[in-house]
Design a protein around this ligand. Sequence first.
Ligand SMILES: *Cc1c(COP(=O)(O)O)cnc(C)c1O
Length: 388
Amino acid sequence: MDLVSNNISRIAPSITLSITSQAKKMIDEGQDICNFGAGEPDLDTPEFVKEAAIKALQEGATKYTAAAGILPLRKAIQEKLLLENNLEYETSQISVNCGAKHSCYNAILACCDPGDEVIIPAPYWTSYPEMVRMVGAEPYIVETKRENGWKLTAEEFEEAISGRTRMLILNSPNNPTGAVYTREELEKIAEVALSEDVIILSDEIYEKLIYNSREHVSIASLGPEVRDLTITINGFSKVYAMTGWRVGYTAAPREIADAIDTIQSHTTSNITTFAQYGALAALQGDQTIVRDMVDEYDMRRQYMLSRLQKIHNVEVVEPEGAFYFLVDTTPIGLNSMNLSEKLLSRHQIAVVPGVAFGNDRSIRFSYATGLDVIKKGLDRFEEFCRSY
Ligand SMILES: *Cc1c(COP(=O)(O)O)cnc(C)c1O
């Protein structure tokens, strides 16, 4: 007898897990590993955010709230979306979820039926296809090209659409490529989505981690019709270094927002009450901390770019957002898992194999790690690549 459902047995456990746990073990043993594997900020949550949560906890913010979250937080999110993203939503269209990962899952569950297709441009964030499978829908992967900056073109999108297409998942700035879509690129994609009635899930978690004076554009801000087809997702993990707090949010058309609240009311209920007060403080507090964080990442990014561009046998596209480099290792000729294992066991460099993101000819370097580690790690990587 199968103890696990068909849906769930189709889902692969995280392939990156084995290598990251191996790296962690080696680090714990005291080995000198240069760890580029991090998917979270190396900086700590701002003090004023912690204090707000502690104060809320002491003052009795220890009971259930509305499933969609406390009203002051939803109001602060509403204001943020209006001021920064030019997005107009009612507070009832906003729900607070257990991290943006949960927001993505709720949105997919709210919109997709078994058999529906969801278009996912690769390289993609590793969880999207599995979330789609979990609800019984089918991921339809479109491989983007390095020459196009790893971005889905409107033409590629249009070609991928079938009678069963329900949703497109967009992630700009992108994990793992750092790609940032321009307003014009988004307009063309939106036009296709509108003419074909495809829902857009826009994961904007890296919105503020953006460089070269590039502008983040929320696709839903391109017009009321696009907004009525789009679910905008964002959160606190990356921008405020709050990964462990588990606070993300969704802004969606009324029917979808209601469906998300219903799902949440029967599954998680509200996210941790005092964490919501911390998130509220993050939005209301002094945002210079964000600028300082971005400056720090940008310094590391520029250093890595100048080094990686000079290394033999690899190609990079300059990332304009997030905190990753996707390094194309095609000339090395190893699949990404073998390459990552070799880099870890023989050269003490931990990276994430591209196969986790749907691209087996690349590896991901995170620069959410100190410059000293970056320098030493790239020296080792350069040495390795020269031997190829
Ligand atoms: C980190 C990440 C998330 C999830 O963040 P949460 O911690 O769940 O808020 C979502 N999307 C992408 C692309 C990410 O890299």
